[in-house]
Design a protein around this ligand. Structure first.
Ligand code: C2E
Ligand code: CA
Ligand code: CA
Length: 654
């Protein structure tokens, strides 16, 4: 019952419509009004011409006053209301006016004039024994084209039909001398009224359904366009929005180009916060920080760049103050983790600033003060520009470097503490550049990681090491197992395990000659593919080493959760060897732990004989460091060995 009632009330126009649907109806009315008013205008002009012709043809000019009062005045009223309606509706459709109240008013006046004259002229005509078509036409126009609500249509048409019906009885009687209309005529009128009503209801409902459909579409569109410019996690804008709005802003003539500043924010130690307080807490913090930045830079363009990075396009004036303010507020948020806001600022030097490049430069400035605990803000300047150019150079030339053999493998020996003989080599990358000379990994590894190109270098290293192995074996020279550094991103960016297997097979290298080093920090991110990859590498027969143990935040967790063959103790422990008395017992404990977990222990960064003796003493299995050798090209290392400065473990010697 409820459903039926709702259906009836919906269909008959009693329901409350949304703003959108009402607007849609109004628009539909206005569009229909254009046609309707044109028809009325043409019709009335035609009537005026016709009447004038009749007057002149029959020489009735002397009676003009009579004709004017009886006919012309009607034509003129209709004509004027048609013109008014036309003027308004076409202005509305073209977006020149939005005045609904005026539109409704004109619509009502126009409709009533039409119906009034429709009835009047028809009655006149009927009285002369002619058609009632004018009446019908006007009714249909008003009821249907203007898509009235059915209720309004019902009242207006019901009223006018009833009036017409009552009058027609007299008229017919006058005309024919009869008593009035026949039953058949009465039924005809009733049917006509019903049909008009039906057309009206149908028209109304079609329009309503179309409006609702359109409204839904519009809502979906609005939702889609909202999520396409909104950062899902923080709710502030994303980079799509930043790029498009930023470009517009830069192109506005009114923008003061000298006063533009790009800011890049990084929350230092955010990762530690995440590890310590869970991902959810980290997300919560990011949301908070995002809104703090947005509030501080109200009126400027603020977006989340990625992870814990944000970008702002603002004006130079007052920016420094705001950054200081923000940095203070963010410091207040910290619990046990020391959170610090870092900001890089870039002021474009020419008119045609490119958004991505500007963000890159601001980011570069920001990265340059990472780990500088006293600095919050760094402006991008000439000295950074030079470094930045080198960075661009690295990113743009990694493929060329690989193709042209600019990437070299330097080998650093790992020695057995029991006899000091070489039992392994670590492969470390060098970039021998024609312009910049020999570049250490510090000049390119991080950049390649940032630009997600690191896997290219790592695969190139695997290939070079395997090639070296094959050449050594074929020329009858000794070779020891080589450990390769794999970036965390390698596991994400390519099928590094599959690629490694392919290359190893291509050069027919026994698996025990290739070890994989993964740094501890790689394992603290919550990702599933890395543990699986480590597992499958070990199952295939490769040894997996944990690099830089003790440099990260959750070293012990990593040991608990994963299996490694070798534990490489970070060189930071040896840095405090002489000055810090805690170093020795810590090292001793770590070495003990590796024994309990059946791992081989290796300490890197061994520079003095004293350090080496200590390590040998506490039972650390292997050592690596400048004491034995710096990383060297294979040939130089061979010469050192040949000169007796180093020896190869018996197991591998020829
Ligand atoms: P790492 O894996 O911890 O490598 C050890 C670094 O310590 C090397 O620096 C090495 O030259 C240096 N080192 C070795 N012994 C001593 C010592 O006694 N004292 C001091 N002060 N330093 C010593 P390098 O070659 O500059 O490499 C730096 C980092 O670059 C490496 O750290 C590694 O994380 C990364 N890296 C190097 N080659 C590759 C590579 O092919 N792929 C990837 N993904 N990363 C690489
Ligand atoms: Ca390493
Ligand atoms: Ca290391």
């Amino acid at each position: 019952m409820k459903k039926v009632l709702k259906w009836l009330s919906d269909g008959l126009g009693f329901e409350k419509q949304s703003k959108y649907v009402n607007e849609y109806f109004f628009r539909a009315n206005m569009r229909a009004s254009i046609y309707m008013s044109v028809v009325v205008i043409v019709l009335e002009i035609w009537m005026i011409i016709r009447m004038t012709n009749t007057i002149f043809e029959n020489n009735l000019q002397s009676n003009f006053k009579h004709y004017f009062e009886k006919y012309y005045i009607n034509y003129i009223i209709l004509l004027v209301s048609g013109v008014l309606m036309l003027l308004f509706s076409q202005r509305y459709i073209r977006g020149k006016t939005k005045n609904h109240a005026l539109g409704q008013c004109i619509k009502w006046v126009f409709t009533f004039i039409c119906i009034y004259f429709g009835v009047k002229i028809s009655i006149n005509d009927y009285a002369k024994g002619e058609q009632i078509l004018t009446f019908l036409t006007m009714e249909l126009f008003s009821m249907c084209l203007l898509t009235w609500k059915p209720l309004a249509a019902f009242l207006i048409s019901g009223g006018s039909y009833l009036y017409f019906f009552l009058r027609i009885n007299d008229m017919v009687a006058v005309n024919t001398g009869d008593q009035g209309t026949t039953i058949a005529t009465q039924i005809n009128f009733f049917t006509m009224w019903i049909s008009t009503m039906m057309v009206c209801v149908a028209n109304y409902n079609n329009t309503r359904l179309q409006a609702i459909k359109d409204e839904n579409l519009e809502k979906i569109n609005a939702y889609l366009s909202k999520i396409s410019v909104e950062d899902e996690l923080t709710g502030i804008h994303n980079m799509v929005y930043f790029r498009s709005e930023g470009a517009k802003l830069l192109n506005y003539v009114t923008t003061d180009k000298d006063n533009i500043l790009f800011l890049f924010f990084d929350v230092e130690n955010f990762k530690s916060y995440n590890e310590k307080y869970s991902f959810q807490a980290g997300n919560e913090l990011l949301r908070k920080i995002a809104h703090m930045i947005e509030d501080e830079f109200e009126g400027s363009l603020v977006s989340r760049f990625s992870d814990d990075h944000f970008v702002v396009l603002t004006s130079v004036d007052g920016a420094q103050n705001k950054i200081g303010q923000l940095s203070g507020e963010i410091k207040k948020l910290q619990k046990e983790v020391h959170l610090e806001l870092k900001c890089g600022a870039y002021k474009p030097t020419d008119d045609k600033a490119d958004i991505s490049q500007a963000c890159d430069r601001a980011r570069f400035a920001c990265n340059s003060i990472k780990k500088h605990y006293d600095r919050t803000l760094r402006f991008y300047d000439k000295s950074l520009e030079d470094k930045f150019q080198q960075k661009q150079y690295i990113v743009n030339n990694i493929d060329t470097a690989i193709e042209n053999g600019w990437i070299k493998v330097f080998y650093q020996p790992v020695v057995d503490t029991s006899d000091g003989s070489i039992c392994g080599l670590e492969a470390l990358a060098r970039w021998q550049d024609p312009n910049y000379g020999l570049l250490p990994p510090g000049a390119f590894i991080e950049i390649l990681e940032e630009y997600r190109q690191i896997y290219k270098l790592d695969l190139c290293m695997v290939e070079s090491v395997c090639r070296d192995y094959r050449e050594s074996v074929e020329s009858g020279k000794a070779f020891v197992p080589v450990s390769l550094n794999f970036s965390r991103l390698d596991f994400e960016l390519c099928d590094i395990v599959g690629n490694l297997c392919e290359i190893v097979e291509k050069y027919n290298v026994p698996k025990e000659f290739i070890d994989v080093e993964v740094t501890e920090s790689a394992l603290t991110d919550q990702q599933d593919f890395l543990p699986n990859a480590i597992k499958s590498l070990r199952e295939m027969g490769y040894k997996v080493w944990l690099d830089d143990f003790g440099s990260g935040y959750s070293s012990l967790n990593v040991l608990k959760d994963y299996h490694f063959d070798v534990l490489k103790i970070d060189m930071k422990f040896l840095r405090g060897f002489d000055s810090n008395e805690k170093t020795r017992p810590i090292l001793e404990n770590i070495v003990d732990l590796t024994k309990q977990l059946s791992m081989v222990s290796l300490t890197e960064g061994v520079e003095t004989k004293e350090q080496f003796d200590f390590l040998a003493n506490i039972g650390c299995n292997r050592a690596q460091g400048y004491l034995f050798s710096k990383p060297l090209p294979l040939e130089e290392l061979r010469q050192k060995i040949a000169a007796g400065k180093l020896s190869i473990s018996k197991q591998y010697a020829k």
